[in-house]
Design a protein around this ligand. Structure first.
Ligand code: ATP
Ligand code: MG
Length: 622
């Protein structure tokens, strides 16, 4: 993010001054207000040392903004998460605060180390791993802000006991079916559980039995005692703890009761001294419970006000993209894609392999705006536009022929002193940045050109290779002359086709003294300029062209597999310019778009593999 003023268009002295239209981000106003008011300047926390990472009783926290990105390690991060990562880390950075990476690992069943590692890697790749910050408790100590919610299980349990003792929670032993039936629905208030009137002493004894493994799984839950008639169903005595004998990746078998997300999450925020807890709109109805819980724990002295506050923004939806870990997992597990990092996947691992850069994703996130109204879809084309806009100024250029056919320069030997003679060509690495240097490659008697650059009889407006012919009105039309970009001009002679009519070779004559960069280069004018690579130094490569993984513009509502695009991958046996093999990520094959070396695929197949990240322009529209 750049300066807040530039983004909010808030030039207060000169409201009419032309500031570029900036994507909206209402969270900036919230944070600026809190900084101006000193909302968190005098914050002090209760509790005991050791409960949370910064949780030291009575320690003041400076007026520092703290945000967090709290993924549940049950899948790979996707483009929707990128929005949340970008938002939380950039807001913290912009306002001199800190953003925590917190693994929300309170559910023992679905979480795996593989996902923890993949999430770490994705955050680091986004450029946020080195965000070391001054520890608020141990001044002068820089630390990485990475946390695990499961480290707070002790405090969470203590908070649960407190709620029971204070009469704010009870152990319910209705069956799940009874609980569901008694919850009511939107038009119908719920019915109090028969266990709701137990005394705090009874509840405490029962909660301890739950914790000590004296009750079987599912036999009882701990519920908040709020209001079974509340119009907000989330306040109808939500469940806080359940019994589940499952081994947790961090705490092993120490616990047989686990906190529910809605109970755990506000506590995680509070213990980490988060100021602005930013989440997506689905959680808006949970905010009253978030506040209820924070207020009760502050009353009880377990936390000291002001507690963190939750803010909701509209989730990112991208056309032709699924942003649900569950559905993405289905694609992986059923083999519809080649793993979580398949370059067609909207996971950060897939986008990375496809050739997306962190800069492109951040620009895309910023441009997509941060608002409070949901339901909007951002066009996939905007993602590609962000890639082009960030790569165009920096990407090295190279030539590649994706659908190769051989062009033979019939008079090469005669003019150049032998059929095997090669000539040197140079081209800028970047057309606008001479400081990026030059590329060097050969030209010889045989070069690879695109099959589509030749026609026996040219359609209207075709300026590439065609031989002399007679048109429908009996007029003789001369053969075309085109420049082999950065090389010489050739004049088309003819072509050879096989018995099926398939083009197998094109022939042309070199026009003498026309090489690019020589004094005669401009003496002959041509309308066409084609890309090519010399047979002598071209590198064979597999090029993978991708289309949208989902044909449906707004996938996710229908049958998932029916929404898939069956033509999302096309593979070409291409020839590429030698320099491209050491460019790595983010190069532009002239005419064809932006590409990245796929090292993983190359290691697997032993060939050079390039993924097309995005075309030169939006090709999906047609
Ligand atoms: P999924 O439904 O894919 O599992 P989730 O929200 O359950 O997503 P979490 O791991 O809980 O996944 O998400 C971590 C954070 O990322 C949350 O704060 C969540 O609000 C945010 N997030 C998830 N999807 C999006 C999205 N499409 N746009 C913006 N933020 C998102
Ligand atoms: Mg979630």
């Amino acid at each position: 993010m750049t300066s807040p003023n530039a983004k909010t268009g808030g030039n207060k002295e000169h409201p009419e001054a032309a500031t570029p239209a900036a994507p909206s981000n209402f969270l900036r106003h919230v944070i600026e207000h809190d900084i101006a008011e000193g909302t968190y300047a005098t914050r002090r926390w209760g509790g005991s040392p050791g409960d949370g990472p910064h949780h030291q009783a009575g320690m003041p926290d400076p007026a520092r903004i703290r945000t967090r990105f709290p993924p549940e390690p049950n899948g790979y991060l996707h483009i929707g998460h990128a929005k949340s990562i970008w938002l939380n880390f950039e807001l913290a950075k912009e306002y001199g605060g800190v953003c925590h990476l917190r693994f929300d690992d309170t559910n023992p069943e679905k979480e795996e180390q593989e996902y923890v590692d993949a999430i770490r890697e994705a955050i680091a790749w986004m450029g946020y791993e080195t965000l070391l910050a001054d520890d608020p408790v141990h001044r002068g100590t820089m630390r990485e802000h990475e946390y695990f919610a499961s480290n707070y299980f002790d405090f969470m349990y203590r908070a649960a006991e407190y709620l029971v003792t204070a009469g704010h929670a009870y152990v319910d032993e209705q069956t799940p079916e009874e609980m569901r039936a008694n919850r009511g629905d939107f038009g119908k208030p719920g019915i109090d559980s028969p266990y709701r009137s137990r005394t705090p002493e009874e509840n405490l004894a029962r909660l301890r039995q739950m914790k000590n493994g004296e009750l079987p799984d599912g036999a009882a839950v701990l519920r908040a005692k709020i209001d079974m008639a509340s119009p907000n169903i989330n306040l109808r005595d939500p469940t806080l703890y359940r019994i589940r004998r499952a081994t947790h990746h961090n705490t092993g078998d120490r616990w047989c009761i686990y906190p529910m997300y809605t109970f755990a999450h506000p506590i995680e925020d509070a213990l980490e001294q988060i100021t602005h807890s930013i989440c997506t709109l689905e959680f808006e109805d949970q905010r009253p419970f978030y506040d209820w819980l924070m207020d009760r724990l502050c009353e009880g002295g377990l936390l000291v006000a002001p507690p963190p506050h939750q803010y909701e923004f509209a989730r990112l939806n991208v056309t032709h993209v699924i942003t649900s870990k569950r559905k993405l997992r289905q694609l992986v597990e059923e083999g519809h894609v080649d793993g979580w990092d398949d370059p067609r996947m909207p996971t950060l691992a897939g986008l990375r392999r496809r050739g997306y850069t962190p800069e492109a994703l951040k620009l895309f996130c910023e441009r997509s705006g941060t608002t409070k109204t949901g339901g909007a879809w951002t066009e996939y084309a905007a993602l590609e536009a962000a890639l082009r806009d960030t790569l165009d100024p920096v990407a090295p250029r190279a030539m590649a022929v994706l659908d190769p056919v051989k062009l033979v320069i019939t008079n090469w030997g005669e003019l150049m002193g032998g059929d095997d003679v090669l000539d040197d060509c140079t081209a800028p690495v970047h057309p606008h940045h001479p400081e990026m240097g030059e590329r060097h490659f050969k030209i010889g008697r045989e070069v690879w050109i695109e099959r589509t650059d030749y026609e026996d009889v040219p359609p209207k407006g075709f300026n590439r290779l065609f031989p002399a012919y007679t048109n429908a009105s009996g007029q003789a039309i001369a053969a075309s002359k085109v420049r082999l970009k950065y090389g010489h001009i050739v004049e088309c002679v003819g072509a050879t086709r096989d018995s099926d009519g398939k083009l197998v070779e094109v022939q042309a004559k070199l026009v003498p003294d026309t090489k690019s960069g020589t004094p005669g280069a401009d003496a002959v004018k041509v309308k066409g300029n084609i890309t090519w690579v010399a047979v002598a130094d071209a590198v064979p490569a597999e090029v993978r062209l991708y289309e949208r993984l989902f044909a449906a513009a707004q996938p996710g509502s229908g049958e998932l597999l029916e929404e898939l695009n069956s033509k999302s991958l096309e593979t070409c046996a291409a020839y590429v310019e030698p320099s491209s093999t050491y460019c790595g990520t983010g190069l532009q094959f002239e005419r064809h778009g932006y590409f990245a070396v796929d090292k993983k695929a190359a290691d697997a197949c032993g060939r050079c593999v390039f993924n097309r990240t995005a075309g030169m322009r939006d090709g999906w529209a047609k």
